[in-house]
Design a binder for this molecule. Structure first.
Ligand SMILES: *Cc1c(COP(=O)(O)O)cnc(C)c1O
Length: 377
């Protein structure tokens, strides 16, 4: 499908090619070179004090390494938010561990702290204490981190924060991704910034960052020959990709503002339609980057539905997407437990994500208004 207006696309800032050129000029085309360290430093400076960032080939790779560093092994159980993209949970299976899903609360759409605690209690009662918790800041909306952290600390279970969608989002003034024992970011093409494909692991300790880089570069021991005492991976970000990342870091602040302006736009568009709710910050604790703007359609009329709107927008070459289908409802995770109820399922059934790129133009917005009103009025 050839969409005229897409959900979220790469948006170059202008300086990316300069850093790529530098990589070519110095022939550092490999997953080594100046751009990688400089990109990591830029991320560390942006995220705030006390964090160490390892640039990796994807957000998925970052979650996999976080699980390994948290000590997750074959046969273990890992708690994961159900309302998320499949990449949050796939690495649990790569480790031969079993996901245990937790439902959302309706304010931030993220992991419900109460169901989390009930889930942990129940797994412990069944004789199996979970080895890690993966919480997500879905669509850039910060999860209830005070409550989640409290549970993680009470039971001594490492917390992995999936901030793939939440670069630039803050909870009580602190950057998402910096609360847990580990945080992860994604620089896939549709995210806040892109490296054409890439991710990062956020650590609280320089040694863990070095261990992550060791594992991401085939776990080569310190010897003159090839010596390996553990299993490694080929997960490092390339120096070319990191060059794009360096350029993108220059415009990140601006892009957060632009996506937040898109949110204002959708709030205005739907303000006089009380059957449509724009997913918004529930309190001043949450500062969302509004990576994607989502709506909930609470209409009783059979001819106004999320999928109806999706098809109507598609006919006018505007891309929209359903909310992530909860993972406990996916065949790939058949047999995994869910703690909670139907909150994520109902968000999925009533929701839709609308075009939200930082490069959405005034003309794009005018066309969206025209088409959306054509459907709902
Ligand atoms: C994009 C995304 C990931 C995976 O990131 P990749 O860089 O594409 O591997 C993980 N979790 C969530 C919630 C995401 O949206």
């Amino acid at each position: 499908m050839d969409f005229k207006i897409k959900l979220s696309t790469p948006h170059m800032g202008g300086q990316e090619l300069k850093y790529i050129q530098e990589a070519f000029d110095t022939n550092w085309i490999a997953p080594a070179g100046k751009n990688i360290g400089a990109f990591e430093q830029a991320l560390e400076a942006y995220l705030g004090r006390g964090v160490y960032v390892a640039a990796l080939s994807s957000g998925t790779a970052a979650i996999h390494l976080a699980l390994i560093l948290a000590g997750v092994k074959r046969g273990d159980e890992v708690i994961c938010q159900s309302m998320t993209f499949v990449a949050s949970a796939n690495p649990i299976l790569y480790q031969g561990a079993m996901p245990v899903f937790v439902d959302s609360e309706s304010e931030t759409w993220n992991m419900c702290p109460k169901h989390l605690e009930r889930g942990i209690e129940d797994r412990i009662a069944k004789g199996k204490k979970p080895k890690a918790i993966i919480v997500v800041h879905i669509f850039g909306m910060p999860a209830k981190m005070d409550e989640i952290l409290k549970v993680s600390q009470k039971y001594g279970i490492p917390l992995i924060e999936d901030a793939a969608e939440a670069l630039g989002s803050k909870y009580k003034g602190q950057q998402c991704g910096t609360f847990g024992d580990f945080g992860i970011l994604s620089f896939n093409g549709n995210k806040m910034i892109t490296t054409s494909g890439g991710g990062a692991l956020i650590c609280k300790d320089e040694k863990l960052k070095q261990k992550a880089i060791f594992l991401a570069t085939q776990a080569k021991d310190d010897a003159l020959w090839y010596e390996h005492s553990e299993v490694g991976f080929n997960y490092r970000l390339s120096n070319i990709s990191a060059g794009i990342g360096r350029g993108q870091m220059k415009v990140l602040c601006d892009y957060v503002e632009k996506r937040r302006a898109n949110h204002q736009f959708y709030q205005q568009l739907f303000q006089s339609y009380d059957f449509i709710e724009v997913f918004s910050e529930p309190s001043l604790d949450c500062f969302s980057n509004y990576w994607l703007n989502c709506i909930q359609i609470h209409s009783n009329e059979a001819n106004i539905t999320p999928l109806g709107l999706l098809k109507y927008l598609k006919d006018h070459k505007i891309e929209s997407k359903p909310i992530w289908k909860p993972l406990h409802l996916q065949t790939a995770f058949k047999g995994c437990s869910l703690y909670g109820n139907k909150v994520s399922k109902s968000i999925f059934e009533q929701g839709l994500c609308l075009p939200s790129g930082s490069n959405l133009s005034k003309t794009d917005k005018e066309f969206i208004v025209q088409v959306v009103l054509g459907y709902i009025t």
